[in-house]
Design a protein around this ligand. Sequence first.
Ligand SMILES: Nc1ncnc2c1ncn2[C@@H]1O[C@H](COP(=O)(O)OP(=O)(O)OP(=O)(O)O)[C@@H](O)[C@H]1O
Ligand SMILES: [Mg+2]
Length: 322
Amino acid sequence: MPNDAPAAHGNARVVLETEGLTRHFGHIVAVDRLDLRVHAGEVHGFLGPNGSGKSTTAGMVLGLIEPTAGQVRIFGQELHGASRELRRNIGAIVEAPAFYPYLSGRDNLKALAMAWGGVSEGRIDELLEQVGLTERAGSAFKTYSMGMKQRLGIASTLLTDPALVILDEPTNGLDPAGQREVRELIPRLAAEGRGVLLASHLLYEVQQVCDRVTIIQRGKVLESGTVTGLLERGSFIEVAVDDLTTATNILEALSFVESVTRENGRLAVAAPADSGAAINRALAEQGIFASTIVPHMNTLEDVFLDVTEHEDGDTQRTAEAS
Ligand SMILES: Nc1ncnc2c1ncn2[C@@H]1O[C@H](COP(=O)(O)OP(=O)(O)OP(=O)(O)O)[C@@H](O)[C@H]1O
Ligand SMILES: [Mg+2]
């Protein structure tokens, strides 16, 4: 891990920063002047329709794909021509991890540790424990379930104790139990002070484990922010009363109410999700009694579809057009 401990959330260290990151494939612009920041201690969701440039970005961060323009900085250091030491500090699953089928899980980790050098035997046992594979550590890799294989993959990314972990669809192809096993590991990586970049199409999963998300399309950032902030946007409280006009006037006067609109004979009150009781009291004090007060929270899926709906998924912006 890097020397200085991650600071409290909010002003935590930036572990990954891209600036103007761009990649063309011929006339296709896969990644288009992308600015992205991942902090220590956070799980950062990286969302976008198929072909929007997530894996290409991951590839550039890992130094596997050369950027056409722009920069990748890891802990403030430019990645270009970076040292092996810097690369050690990035763990990644970018596709189904490759292991020797006839070797056990433990021996596969040992082989990788040997290749890295400087990884203790104790570290391997610790990681097997962390991903819940201690009991099956001696079984051949080919006998593992998909979920176990993927968990071994996560253990392998942590061998060098990296401060940045990149997971590109880590639960792809797993059944619900396997998805949960992997999903539950992810917040722990961040709790240990790592920055985690998680590309996924499972928005429910992302909503559960991510602190912040960046939504991209055609290689460009459409939205970036905290999950809570994104979910609150467009959320509203449904209020049913007899006298809509009086209720509207009362509610519009409340400082925490942003707006009141009528929908299907009810009121849609734009206000913080936890303000139901305050709304109830304000109405009751004026002799109006609501028959229904229901908060409607957005899901990440609502937000995602809303910000990406006006665009075609796979259509690419071409270099000539941009
Ligand atoms: N090696 C390559 N050669 C040519 N085009 C490529 C190459 N790699 C990616 N692309 C194109 O770049 C664009 C972005 O692809 P990328 O794989 O980064 O998207 P993604 O967001 O990871 O998609 P998915 O959600 O389907 O995994 C796509 O149009 C893709 O066809
Ligand atoms: Mg991809």
